[in-house]
Design a protein around this ligand. Structure first.
Ligand code: IPE
Ligand code: IPE
Ligand code: MG
Length: 240
Protein backbone atom coordinates (compact mmCIF):
# COMPACT_ATOMS: atom_id res chain seq x y z
CA UNK A 1 0.00 0.00 0.00
CA UNK A 2 2.52 2.53 1.16
CA UNK A 3 4.36 2.49 -2.16
CA UNK A 4 1.21 3.81 -3.90
CA UNK A 5 1.14 7.10 -2.03
CA UNK A 6 2.74 10.15 -3.66
CA UNK A 7 6.39 10.36 -2.67
CA UNK A 8 8.05 13.78 -2.64
CA UNK A 9 10.94 13.91 -5.05
CA UNK A 10 12.83 16.33 -2.84
CA UNK A 11 12.56 16.57 0.96
CA UNK A 12 14.43 19.34 2.81
CA UNK A 13 14.90 19.32 6.58
CA UNK A 14 15.77 22.13 8.99
CA UNK A 15 17.40 19.98 11.66
CA UNK A 16 16.50 22.01 14.75
CA UNK A 17 16.38 21.28 18.47
CA UNK A 18 19.80 19.81 19.23
CA UNK A 19 20.60 22.37 21.92
CA UNK A 20 17.24 21.99 23.67
CA UNK A 21 17.54 18.20 23.57
CA UNK A 22 20.90 18.36 25.34
CA UNK A 23 19.82 21.03 27.84
CA UNK A 24 16.75 19.02 28.81
CA UNK A 25 19.07 16.14 29.72
CA UNK A 26 21.41 18.44 31.66
CA UNK A 27 24.13 18.07 29.03
CA UNK A 28 26.18 20.54 26.98
CA UNK A 29 24.66 21.83 23.75
CA UNK A 30 27.34 20.24 21.57
CA UNK A 31 26.23 16.81 22.83
CA UNK A 32 22.93 17.48 21.10
CA UNK A 33 24.77 18.02 17.83
CA UNK A 34 26.63 14.73 18.33
CA UNK A 35 23.35 12.93 19.02
CA UNK A 36 21.89 14.49 15.86
CA UNK A 37 24.28 12.53 13.65
CA UNK A 38 22.29 9.35 14.31
CA UNK A 39 19.17 11.19 13.12
CA UNK A 40 20.98 12.15 9.90
CA UNK A 41 21.76 8.47 9.33
CA UNK A 42 18.11 7.57 9.92
CA UNK A 43 16.85 10.29 7.56
CA UNK A 44 19.24 9.20 4.79
CA UNK A 45 18.28 5.56 5.22
CA UNK A 46 14.57 6.34 5.20
CA UNK A 47 14.90 8.60 2.15
CA UNK A 48 16.68 5.84 0.22
CA UNK A 49 14.11 3.27 1.34
CA UNK A 50 11.17 5.47 0.30
CA UNK A 51 12.64 6.39 -3.08
CA UNK A 52 13.12 10.09 -2.37
CA UNK A 53 15.61 11.41 -4.94
CA UNK A 54 16.92 14.50 -3.13
CA UNK A 55 17.33 15.08 0.59
CA UNK A 56 18.57 18.50 1.67
CA UNK A 57 19.72 18.95 5.26
CA UNK A 58 20.23 22.37 6.82
CA UNK A 59 23.28 21.69 8.96
CA UNK A 60 24.77 25.12 9.63
CA UNK A 61 23.48 28.57 8.71
CA UNK A 62 25.61 31.60 7.94
CA UNK A 63 24.04 33.17 11.03
CA UNK A 64 25.23 30.20 13.13
CA UNK A 65 28.82 31.55 12.88
CA UNK A 66 27.66 34.03 15.54
CA UNK A 67 27.27 31.29 18.17
CA UNK A 68 29.88 30.89 20.93
CA UNK A 69 33.25 29.88 19.46
CA UNK A 70 33.31 26.54 21.35
CA UNK A 71 29.98 25.51 19.88
CA UNK A 72 31.04 26.49 16.35
CA UNK A 73 34.31 24.59 16.61
CA UNK A 74 32.52 21.55 18.08
CA UNK A 75 30.19 21.56 15.06
CA UNK A 76 33.12 21.88 12.60
CA UNK A 77 34.97 19.05 14.36
CA UNK A 78 31.87 16.87 14.33
CA UNK A 79 31.40 17.59 10.65
CA UNK A 80 34.95 16.44 9.81
CA UNK A 81 34.60 13.32 11.94
CA UNK A 82 31.22 12.42 10.47
CA UNK A 83 32.39 12.91 6.89
CA UNK A 84 35.37 10.63 7.48
CA UNK A 85 33.28 8.03 9.32
CA UNK A 86 30.23 7.94 7.04
CA UNK A 87 31.65 8.13 3.52
CA UNK A 88 31.91 4.37 2.95
CA UNK A 89 28.42 3.80 4.23
CA UNK A 90 27.03 6.58 2.05
CA UNK A 91 28.76 5.11 -0.99
CA UNK A 92 27.35 1.68 -0.18
CA UNK A 93 23.84 3.17 -0.12
CA UNK A 94 24.38 4.96 -3.43
CA UNK A 95 24.30 8.43 -1.86
CA UNK A 96 25.93 11.31 -3.71
CA UNK A 97 26.74 14.28 -1.50
CA UNK A 98 26.62 17.89 -2.67
CA UNK A 99 27.44 20.76 -0.33
CA UNK A 100 25.76 24.16 -0.79
CA UNK A 101 26.71 27.42 0.89
CA UNK A 102 29.63 29.81 1.07
CA UNK A 103 33.01 28.13 1.02
CA UNK A 104 35.17 31.06 2.08
CA UNK A 105 34.94 30.94 5.86
CA UNK A 106 35.93 27.33 6.53
CA UNK A 107 39.35 26.27 7.77
CA UNK A 108 41.43 24.39 5.24
CA UNK A 109 40.74 21.15 7.09
CA UNK A 110 36.96 21.55 6.88
CA UNK A 111 37.21 22.64 3.23
CA UNK A 112 39.21 19.49 2.43
CA UNK A 113 36.56 17.31 4.06
CA UNK A 114 33.85 19.07 2.06
CA UNK A 115 35.72 18.40 -1.18
CA UNK A 116 36.46 14.80 -0.17
CA UNK A 117 32.86 13.86 0.59
CA UNK A 118 31.74 15.31 -2.74
CA UNK A 119 34.43 13.71 -4.85
CA UNK A 120 34.28 10.32 -3.13
CA UNK A 121 30.52 10.02 -3.68
CA UNK A 122 30.37 11.70 -7.10
CA UNK A 123 29.51 8.49 -8.98
CA UNK A 124 26.59 7.50 -6.72
CA UNK A 125 23.10 7.98 -8.12
CA UNK A 126 20.40 6.64 -5.83
CA UNK A 127 19.92 9.65 -3.56
CA UNK A 128 21.45 13.12 -3.74
CA UNK A 129 22.15 14.34 -0.23
CA UNK A 130 22.48 18.11 -0.26
CA UNK A 131 24.20 19.50 2.81
CA UNK A 132 23.51 23.18 3.46
CA UNK A 133 26.58 24.23 5.39
CA UNK A 134 27.38 27.91 5.91
CA UNK A 135 24.17 28.42 3.97
CA UNK A 136 22.03 31.57 3.81
CA UNK A 137 19.26 31.87 1.27
CA UNK A 138 19.52 35.66 1.00
CA UNK A 139 23.29 35.45 0.36
CA UNK A 140 22.60 32.79 -2.26
CA UNK A 141 20.08 35.04 -4.02
CA UNK A 142 22.38 38.08 -3.77
CA UNK A 143 25.25 36.05 -5.28
CA UNK A 144 22.96 34.94 -8.11
CA UNK A 145 21.96 38.56 -8.80
CA UNK A 146 25.65 39.59 -8.87
CA UNK A 147 26.47 36.85 -11.37
CA UNK A 148 23.50 37.63 -13.60
CA UNK A 149 24.30 41.35 -13.52
CA UNK A 150 27.91 40.81 -14.52
CA UNK A 151 26.91 38.43 -17.30
CA UNK A 152 24.43 40.99 -18.56
CA UNK A 153 27.10 43.72 -18.41
CA UNK A 154 29.40 41.43 -20.42
CA UNK A 155 26.52 40.95 -22.90
CA UNK A 156 26.48 37.20 -22.31
CA UNK A 157 22.77 37.45 -21.51
CA UNK A 158 20.25 40.06 -22.59
CA UNK A 159 18.65 41.79 -19.61
CA UNK A 160 15.14 41.49 -21.08
CA UNK A 161 15.43 37.68 -21.27
CA UNK A 162 16.11 37.28 -17.54
CA UNK A 163 13.29 35.24 -16.06
CA UNK A 164 12.62 32.85 -13.18
CA UNK A 165 14.62 30.07 -14.79
CA UNK A 166 17.63 32.41 -15.11
CA UNK A 167 17.51 33.09 -11.38
CA UNK A 168 17.09 29.39 -10.51
CA UNK A 169 20.02 28.50 -12.75
CA UNK A 170 22.34 30.83 -10.82
CA UNK A 171 21.53 29.52 -7.34
CA UNK A 172 23.64 26.89 -5.54
CA UNK A 173 20.73 24.53 -6.22
CA UNK A 174 20.85 25.06 -10.00
CA UNK A 175 20.67 21.38 -10.92
CA UNK A 176 18.28 20.39 -8.13
CA UNK A 177 14.46 20.43 -8.34
CA UNK A 178 12.63 22.63 -5.81
CA UNK A 179 11.80 20.91 -2.52
CA UNK A 180 8.33 19.35 -2.42
CA UNK A 181 8.32 19.30 1.37
CA UNK A 182 10.25 21.23 4.00
CA UNK A 183 10.31 19.75 7.49
CA UNK A 184 11.47 21.77 10.50
CA UNK A 185 11.89 19.77 13.68
CA UNK A 186 11.81 21.35 17.13
CA UNK A 187 8.38 22.94 16.80
CA UNK A 188 9.30 26.45 15.60
CA UNK A 189 7.36 27.75 12.61
CA UNK A 190 9.95 29.62 10.55
CA UNK A 191 12.38 29.08 7.69
CA UNK A 192 15.44 30.82 9.21
CA UNK A 193 16.89 31.87 5.85
CA UNK A 194 16.55 28.44 4.23
CA UNK A 195 15.67 27.94 0.52
CA UNK A 196 13.47 31.05 0.35
CA UNK A 197 13.30 31.09 -3.45
CA UNK A 198 13.06 27.33 -3.84
CA UNK A 199 10.33 26.97 -1.17
CA UNK A 200 7.65 28.81 -3.16
CA UNK A 201 5.33 25.78 -3.40
CA UNK A 202 6.85 23.45 -0.82
CA UNK A 203 4.57 21.78 1.70
CA UNK A 204 5.72 22.97 5.14
CA UNK A 205 5.64 20.64 8.12
CA UNK A 206 6.65 21.50 11.68
CA UNK A 207 6.77 18.45 13.96
CA UNK A 208 7.59 19.07 17.62
CA UNK A 209 10.18 16.28 17.76
CA UNK A 210 13.68 17.55 18.56
CA UNK A 211 16.21 16.60 15.90
CA UNK A 212 18.18 14.05 18.01
CA UNK A 213 14.91 12.12 18.53
CA UNK A 214 14.12 12.01 14.80
CA UNK A 215 14.19 8.49 13.37
CA UNK A 216 12.88 6.63 10.31
CA UNK A 217 9.44 6.49 11.93
CA UNK A 218 9.28 10.30 12.03
CA UNK A 219 10.40 10.47 8.39
CA UNK A 220 7.59 8.10 7.46
CA UNK A 221 5.12 10.25 9.42
CA UNK A 222 6.24 13.27 7.42
CA UNK A 223 5.72 11.40 4.15
CA UNK A 224 2.25 10.31 5.31
CA UNK A 225 1.45 13.95 6.04
CA UNK A 226 2.73 14.88 2.58
CA UNK A 227 0.41 12.31 1.02
CA UNK A 228 -2.57 13.94 2.77
CA UNK A 229 -1.81 17.41 1.40
CA UNK A 230 -3.53 18.71 -1.70
CA UNK A 231 -1.03 20.65 -3.81
CA UNK A 232 -2.88 23.14 -5.96
CA UNK A 233 -0.14 25.43 -7.30
CA UNK A 234 -2.67 28.23 -7.53
CA UNK A 235 -5.13 26.22 -9.63
CA UNK A 236 -8.56 24.82 -8.83
CA UNK A 237 -9.32 21.14 -8.41
CA UNK A 238 -12.45 19.00 -8.69
CA UNK A 239 -12.43 18.30 -4.95
CA UNK A 240 -14.91 20.30 -2.86
C1 IPE B 1 20.13 22.94 15.24
O1 IPE B 1 19.97 22.81 16.60
C2 IPE B 1 21.57 22.72 14.81
C3 IPE B 1 22.25 23.93 14.38
C4 IPE B 1 21.71 25.12 14.26
C5 IPE B 1 23.66 23.81 14.06
P1 IPE B 1 20.13 24.04 17.58
O2 IPE B 1 21.54 24.08 18.05
O3 IPE B 1 19.64 25.29 16.95
O4 IPE B 1 19.17 23.60 18.77
P2 IPE B 1 18.16 24.52 19.57
O5 IPE B 1 17.23 25.15 18.56
O6 IPE B 1 18.98 25.54 20.28
O7 IPE B 1 17.46 23.59 20.47
C1 IPE C 1 18.26 26.95 11.73
O1 IPE C 1 18.20 26.77 13.10
C2 IPE C 1 19.58 26.52 11.19
C3 IPE C 1 19.85 25.09 11.25
C4 IPE C 1 19.05 24.17 11.68
C5 IPE C 1 21.14 24.69 10.74
P1 IPE C 1 18.56 27.94 14.11
O2 IPE C 1 18.38 27.38 15.47
O3 IPE C 1 19.86 28.53 13.79
O4 IPE C 1 17.42 29.01 13.77
P2 IPE C 1 16.72 30.11 14.68
O5 IPE C 1 17.82 30.89 15.32
O6 IPE C 1 15.90 29.39 15.70
O7 IPE C 1 15.87 30.88 13.74
MG1 MG D 1 17.79 26.13 16.86
Amino acid sequence: MTDRIPIPRHVAIIMDGNGRWATQLGRERYEGHIAGVESVRAAVKAAVRRGVEYLTLYAFSTENWGRPAEEVSAIMELFCRSVAGEVDDLRAQGVRVKVIGGRERFSQRVAEHLDAIESRTADCDKLTLVLAFDYSSRSEIAAAVRQIASRAAAREIAAETIDESTVSAHLYTASIPDPDMIIRTGGDHRLSNFLLWQASYAELYFPKVLWPDFREEQFDEALNEYARRERRFGLVTDKK
